[in-house]
Design a protein around this ligand. Sequence first.
Ligand code: GDR
Length: 353
Amino acid sequence: MKKKALITGVNGQDGSYLAELLLEKGYEVYGLMRRKSKVSYGNVEHLKNDIEFIYGDMTDLISLINAMKISQADEVYNLAAQSFVGTSWEQPLATAEIDALGVTNMLEAIRTVKPEAKFYQASTSEMYGLVQEMPQTEDTPFYPRSPYGVAKLYGHWITKNYRESYQIFGCSGILFNHESERRGKEFVTRKITDAVARIKLGVQDRLELGNMDAKRDWGHAKDYVKAMWLMLQQDEADDYVVATGETHKVREFVELAFKHVGIDIEWRGEGVEEEGIDKATGKVVVAVNPKFFRPAEVDVLLGSPKKAEKKLNWEREISFEELVKRMVKADLKRVEKEVAFNTYMEEAAATKE
Ligand code: GDR
């Protein structure tokens, strides 16, 4: 009999890599999707005939009970979230409803329909926030610094609580930042690689960012979904940090990305309104814009993957340098196609006139 998995947030970055992994392993994959006026498969467009989609919403318990009844999932991966930290200050209540109470809804749906199902909760390094020790481990105290981090901390603890209260096999993966060619453009890494490609191809002239001194432990999402699966294959449920053990400044990511396309950059301070190319040096300007600063920042994250490496036998395969390279390469390819299409359309319009 094929194993069955239910993935919430299936069309996001992580959902898509996890769905690929589980399909490869012979699982029957069910994906929870929100109904929108226009159907969008997002990152699983290429898998739309392989996944059984179920419409539902993390804020609607009935829809989650329904998803459990339809899928009869042996493993549930809760990846659905309002996942952009910046937006959590603008929508703190929606963030809490989805990222905090949504987890209780999913756990209740499991308890009602199939209490023996295994549950993975997408916890996050944002729970560490104002960091209390370096590197961060499963035992480091939490101090979240955003409504997102606070909501996720609730999700983390309720998973632990259902494990202790009802013996639900619930695991939390405390995942540090993980990026990829499929990352949304609101996140800093993709914003950078998209800009690098656009500047290289002449359709953008400068890049503006917020805090360039923030440090993050960045890995590739494809490596991280393997850890999610491994957690649910253990005899006992537990929580694990998934990280690279390396930390880099946003500034370093920018430098490396531009280096891949052979562009020299010129750093500019806060609030400077200037042209994209510095006239004196001919270098591309990367400027700080206070608009991208957050009300409270997480200055540095550095995770210790020791427990995951030892107990799960997990190992990351894609280095920081390789991650940046892959993202830049994919954006160059995509922007190149966009530019070619726009040129074609402009030429077609010109011949009509
Ligand atoms: P993060 O990711 O908040 O760490 O959460 P993000 O890429 O948004 O920010 C990383 C750091 O870069 C700084 N920064 C900017 N960020 C954005 N988005 N845009 C900018 O222009 C910019 N300039 C500087 C930020 O201030 C921050 O310090 C991600 C999400 O995927 C979460 O869902 C997940 O839980 C954590 O990673 C682990």
